[in-house]
Design a protein around this ligand. Structure first.
Ligand code: SF4
Length: 772
């Protein structure tokens, strides 16, 4: 048996086809079907009483923060009944489930048997109820005491020849308090190897915004949506991935905003919305959202934005001062003239060809934009996971700078974050490239010398493990194997580790594709009560718009053996660092207020943290862009010049982007349906343009293999069902993580090193049915 096949890594299992059913593409998002779907999931997993208790506190002031996406809660009044969406409810159902896994479950089931299940089936098993250890050569996890677990990790870490041989990954669910302690421990241990899920999603946004505007975060507040004249949404599917954004868009429309949606797929959530939390929604009265939909080719955003800028410039020349905000440009920007000269050299017909739209369609967009002064641009991974992602996002900034649409009400940048505290974790110092300022403060406040050299990001971590340069992998949350690219390569990397450790709430595939030895450390979820020294604690999170809010769980944990993430870090730090530690970990184990006190004196913007986090609704972190201040090298916002280069593509190759289904949040699969896209009971599908199918002799329902060759390595994903779908020619879409196997480890975005999961070249081969 080859190393690749020792355990099923879940990427290639056509036997898991479950029986596809198809239906119409839905025209309206949410509505009553969303309510039915949410409640079914919550009551099915948690029971009615426990389910209602959790939902009643979800996203309420003083309640707990949704563990799913990072969309903000309203600053002012919140619905006392339901301040959440279908996906938020499903995320709570996952955590609040009463199913639990004790050691007897693992005595009955081998790791190999569990690994043969689909991600969906693994996720349905329940909460991990006690610490578990997989000894070298064993096929069964067995119970272990917390003390022994910490001792095992500490011994492994201290035996490494360098701290840089350990990797400390963070998923975006980790609270501010846990993240701060975690990075403090890791740096006191001696490495900056702190990769996170941001490396795989909005790293490109952070780099682009940092270089162009001086801060790697978006500038808008939720309230800006209600003052905007125009909202552009690129490469984002809010109906599935950030559903309450639809409520904001609906309100923005009611106040007169227009919406341009730019996406290869006509996503239902972009088209129309029926808000189930309103009387009209209950009556199925819906709001049309998009005024102009542009079905851009995959990775056609940069040429589209450049073409729009060219048309705006033509209009400005005809009537100077009517289109551009020349005062803003003069006062706050740098590089305008060079950018204009660069635009002049670009051929608009070629740009239109690259983005796959007609000039008339692009002109419609420019016409909508040209007289608007308050514009918000939202984007997500449709922009960030491309080779040229950083330059594409800088093109978004160019457009906003031309219009003076940054730092005034109703205008600005809005990178919509995928996981609830992914932004906060970065603020707390989870970053492989820490600033000098952070390292100096850590050193001064905690009396140690933090490592100065940069650590590994996610892709570099995988390569280091693969090449034997990293030997211990520790994950604070997440499902690393399913979240990362090039599944077989990453699986090999994890298997080559001496020890893999996961702090987790539920069983997932990364527990089943492991190092020589492995540990699972079960932790409290967001919805769980966290009691320390007899007192209920709360943690805090930062949403996509920089609001810091408390989060306090309300449910009784499913097991007495669960520990909170901050407690796990403190006890691990004590076990590992012992007497060489200069940090008083016991203080943090008394009360989380002590953690927040130390965050306040180490991280900027957290003055009076303990007081302000207790305000209902929390507080905003400072954001210089909101005051039209730009802390770039020049002190001004920077125009950027980029040239679009079409990736080389053979005539029979197609471009694939990975997408999420509506029954999914990141790697968590809630069900097998993708209601809005009309795909039911099956995830191994490839959505294709009908003409591309005909060209390949394919009809709906044909079974195909997907394959590609990158730098001499062939990658294959077997057994996908071809489905005709309204997607531009040459483009296809498949569900993540099933096709991560096709994303080459060394296909990454320039500057941000983000895997190019939205731009994967592949060929499609029809499977020959066995003769009967
Ligand atoms: S929009 Fe995001 S944060 Fe809000 S309830 Fe839905 S999943 Fe949770």
């Amino acid at each position: 048996m080859s190393e690749d096949k020792q355990y099923n890594d879940g990427s290639e299992n056509p036997e898991q086809l479950t029986g596809l059913k198809t239906g119409e593409l839905k025209k309206i998002a949410a509505g009553i079907p969303a309510v039915v779907s949410s409640l079914k999931q919550v009551f099915g997993e948690a029971g009615v009483l426990r389910g209602l208790k959790a939902l009643g506190e979800l996203n309420q002031k003083g309640g707990f923060d949704c563990p799913s996406c990072a969309w903000p809660d309203p600053d002012d009044e919140r619905s006392g009944i339901a301040e959440y969406c279908e996906n938020g409810a499903k995320a709570v159902a996952e955590e609040a489930t009463t199913k639990k896994l004790h050691a007897d479950f693992f005595a009955q089931h081998t790791v190999e048997d569990l690994a043969a299940l689909s991600d969906y089936e693994i996720g349905r098993k329940g909460r991990i109820a006690e610490p578990l250890f997989l000894p070298k050569g064993s096929n069964h996890y067995q119970p272990v005491s917390w003390e022994a677990a910490f001792h095992k990790i500490a011994t492994s870490l201290n035996a490494l020849s360098s701290p840089d041989e350990a990797i400390f990954y963070t998923s975006g669910r980790t609270s501010n308090e846990a993240a701060f302690l975690y990075q403090l421990f890791v740096r006191a241990y001696g490495t900056n190897n702190l990769p996170d899920c941001s490396n795989m999603c909005h790293e490109s946004s952070g780099v682009a915004l940092g270089e162009s505007l001086g801060i790697g975060k978006g500038s808008v507040k939720l309230d800006d949506f209600y003052q905007a004249e125009l909202i552009m949404i690129l490469g984002q599917n809010p109906g599935t991935n950030h559903p309450r954004m639809l409520t904001a868009l609906q309100k923005a429309k009611a106040k007169g905003a227009q919406i341009i949606s730019i996406n290869p797929l006509p996503e239902t959530g972009l088209m129309a919305f029926s808000n189930p939390q309103t009387f009209k929604g209950v009556l199925q009265i819906n709001t049309a959202l998009t005024d102009l939909f542009l079905p851009v080719k995959i990775n056609g955003d940069m040429p589209l934005l450049q073409a729009i800028a060219k048309l705006l410039w033509e209009a400005e020349k005809q009537q100077p001062g009517s289109v551009f905000d020349n005062d803003f440009i003069k006062q706050h920007t740098q590089g305008f003239d060079a950018y204009m000269q660069h635009l002049q050299q670009l051929d608009i017909q070629a740009l239109a060809g690259h983005c796959g739209l007609s000039l008339a369609q692009i002109r419609q967009a420019a016409d909508l934009i040209k007289d608007k002064k308050k514009i918000i641009v939202c984007w997500a991974m449709g922009l960030t996971q491309h080779k040229n992602a950083v330059d594409t996002i800088k093109e978004v900034v160019n457009l906003l700078l031309l219009k003076g649409s940054i730092g005034k009400p109703g205008a600005g940048t809005c990178p919509v974050r995928g996981h609830s505290n992914v932004q906060g974790d970065r603020t707390m110092g989870i970053f492989e490239k820490p600033s000098q300022e952070l390292l100096q403060r850590l050193g001064a406040n905690f009396n140690f010398s933090p490592p100065q050299h940069h650590g590994y990001d996610t892709v570099a971590s995988i390569k280091a493990m693969h090449d034997g340069k990293a030997k211990v992998f520790f994950a604070m949350g997440g499902n690393f194997l399913s979240a990362t690219p090039d599944t077989h390569y990453t699986a090999r990397a994890l298997r080559r580790c001496q020890l893999t450790v996961h702090v987790s709430t539920k069983l997932n595939r990364s527990h089943l594709v492991h190092g020589e030895e492995a540990l699972i450390l079960p932790c409290l979820g967001r919805s769980d009560k966290d009691i320390l020294n007899g007192e209920e604690q709360f943690v805090s999170c930062e949403n996509s718009m920089g609001v810091i809010q408390s989060s306090k769980g309300v449910l009784s944990p499913v097991s007495e053996q669960l520990l909170s993430e901050p407690v796990i870090v403190c006890r691990l730090a004590k076990a590992t660092l012992g007497s060489r530690s200069t940090i008083n970990w016991d203080r943090y184990l008394q009360h989380y207020d002590h953690i927040r006190d130390d965050i306040e004196r180490t991280i900027g913007g957290f003055d009076q943290y303990n007081a302000r986090v207790r305000y209902p609704g929390g507080f905003y972190l400072p954001n210089a862009n909101r005051e039209q201040r730009f802390s770039t090298a020049s002190g001004k916002a920077q125009f950027n010049q980029a040239v679009f280069t079409a990736p080389k593509q053979a005539p029979d190759e197609l471009v694939m982007m990975t997408i999420r289904s509506h029954d999914q949040f990141n790697t968590t699969i809630y069900g097998l349906n993708d209601r809005y896209r009309g795909v039911y009971n099956e995830r191994r599908v490839i959505l294709m343009n009908e003409e591309d199918m005909q060209e390949r002799g394919l009809v709906k329902g044909n079974l195909v293999d997907l394959y590609n060759t990158h730098n001499g390595t062939e990658r294959t994903a077997h057994g996908f069902i071809a489905l005709p779908y309204p997607i531009p020619r040459g483009c296809t879409a498949t569900y993540f993580p099933e096709t991560n196997v096709l994303v080459p480890i060394d296909s990454v975005a320039e500057k941000s090193n983000t895997p190019t999961s939205k731009h994967v070249l592949l060929k499609v081969k029809k499977q020959q049915l066995p003769s009967t």
